[in-house]
Write a protein that binds this ligand. Structure first.
Ligand code: B12
Ligand code: SF4
Ligand code: SF4
Length: 385
């Protein structure tokens, strides 16, 4: 069955592809919002290159190696005559878990879902003799800027693309095609006004200026992309967040009335996670694979995910978490040991009655640990007691 109606648009502009309207209406049926741009209209004015030159991408090497590509989409898809930009809502009001993961990770990996959905669409376009390519997140193109140009929203001070009726809990993807389609005519105005809630309420002050995010302070970066030891001064601010961060979106007034994504209309599967911090802290890498394969959480990997869990236990755990953390302090993994020691130190501050017992445990660990960074972490706690 064809997606496209065979009624050829009666378009007086011969430049515009005769199937323009039917292609766009077929795509609209699958996504929440659709817009079209002419790739020649993208004007980045060096913004991504400047961001990278200032080091705000931190360890994301892929942003460094592709920053100039991201400035001009025609370097990546030189044959593209139009870019169709689509938006898919993933908003959920309730995520019942004691481990806090960001809303987008409650759905199965969106890269795979988009690819699957696009496969069918691509075949149909090919039958019409149209070349196309899906661009979703990992390709070196500026997704939010493309969506802004396509009239789908404005870029907020939290750097998110925001739409007046949809808020900002959505994914952006684009489809490059080698034919001219009707471009979207109007861009959205900016509706942030004098509001600065996202900047004021970011727990790590990662929004260093309106529209500018410093990755090294951002909890989303720290819990998903960053693979090392989380700087001590940022750990407390991470609270119970173990994968991504939604705070600068939660506090945004434009998300207050945003529509919830409906699972039936959604081409992604929702994951029924049962996330309990104490249970997760002690899973091994094979169990991690079993639990999270096919989910966005795989991006963090076992080591960093457990690192995030033990930091969260340090921030929101209870007295019973101390025993679990003792097990984690004996992990063979150095990164997990360092953060577990820190987390125990945090819990002792909240439950001083455990002080003597924990001190004894840490002194034992100090003598029986050959890792310099773990010993330094222990000494830091013992000195501050
Ligand atoms: C690298 C990256 C990250 C990094 C850096 C984030 C960042 N703000 O740059 C980290 C790991 C921190 C991250 C986190 C998140 N990400 Co991310 N990320 C990306 C990625 C791969 C590239 C973004 C990029 O180019 N950054 C470089 C900076 C310079 O670009 P920018 O922030 O977009 O800046 C633009 C504007 O701010 C504008 N601009 C600059 N100055 C000014 C000044 C004015 C006055 C104006 C109006 C505009 C303006 O121009 C810039 C260039 O376009 C995109 C996918 C893609 N291919 O685009 C997803 C993407 C941006 N991420 C996305 C998501 C969902 C998230 C998270 C919500 C995930 C989570 N829950 O944890 C958080 C949100 C954090 C936040 N506030 O941005 C979505 C955003 C959807 C949306 N509605 O906007 C994207 C588009 C993925 C997708 N395809 O759906 N992400
Ligand atoms: S995602 Fe979280 S840490 Fe990052 S800028 Fe937004 S509120 Fe701050
Ligand atoms: S919280 Fe306020 S300033 Fe920040 S993005 Fe939303 S409207 Fe704009």
């Amino acid at each position: 069955m064809s997606f496209f109606s065979t009624d050829i648009d009666n378009n007086s502009l011969t430049l515009i592809h005769p199937y323009s309207k039917s292609i766009l209406s077929a795509i609209s049926g699958k996504f929440d919002l659709v817009g079209v741009i002419d790739p020649k209209d993208l004007q980045m004015a060096g913004r991504i290159e400047r961001w990278v030159k200032s080091g705000l991408h931190e360890s994301m090497g892929y942003m460094e190696t592709t920053s100039s590509l991201r400035e001009d989409i025609l370097q990546f898809v030189p044959w593209a005559e139009s870019i169709i930009v689509v938006i898919k809502n993933y908003n959920l009001k309730e995520c019942n878990n004691d481990a806090s993961i960001s809303k987008y990770a409650v759905w199965r990996d969106y890269h795979k879902a988009f690819k699957k959905e696009f496969g069918e669409l691509n075949n149909q376009l090919n039958k019409l003799g149209i070349k196309s390519k899906l661009l979703v997140d990992v390709q070196p193109v500026p997704d939010r800027e493309l969506a802004k140009l396509a009239g789908l929203g404005w870029i907020g001070k939290n750097t998110m693309l925001i739409n007046k009726t949809m808020g900002s809990y959505f994914f952006i993807a684009s489809i490059a095609v080698n034919v001219k389609l009707d471009p979207s005519l109007e861009q959205s105005k900016t509706f942030c006004g004098t509001c600065t809630r996202c900047i004021d309420l970011c727990p790590t002050n990662a929004l260093i200026a309106p529209y500018t995010l410093d990755s090294k302070r951002c909890i989303s970066y720290l819990t998903i992309e960053f693979k090392g030891i989380i700087p001590r001064h940022l750990r407390s601010a991470m609270g119970g967040m173990v994968f991504g961060c939604d705070i600068c979106q939660e506090v945004c007034p434009w998300n207050k009335f945003a529509k919830e994504a409906s699972e039936t209309k959604f081409f992604f599967k929702k994951i029924n996670y049962k996330l309990n911090l104490e249970e997760l802290a002690i899973i091994q890498s094979d169990q991690f694979l079993q639990l999270f394969s096919g989910t966005p959480i795989m991006r963090a990997g076992w080591e960093c995910f457990i690192r995030n869990i033990v930091v969260a236990l340090g921030n929101v755990g209870t007295k019973s978490s101390i025993e679990v953390l003792k097990t984690c302090c004996r992990s063979e993994n150095e990164i997990i040991r360092v953060h577990s020691v820190w987390a125990i130190g945090q819990l002792v501050k909240r439950y001083p009655e455990s002080d003597v017992e924990v001190e004894e445990f840490l002194r034992y660990l100090l003598l029986n640990n050959d890792s310099v960074i773990v010993r330094e972490e222990i000494e830091n706690i013992l000195l501050s007691q």
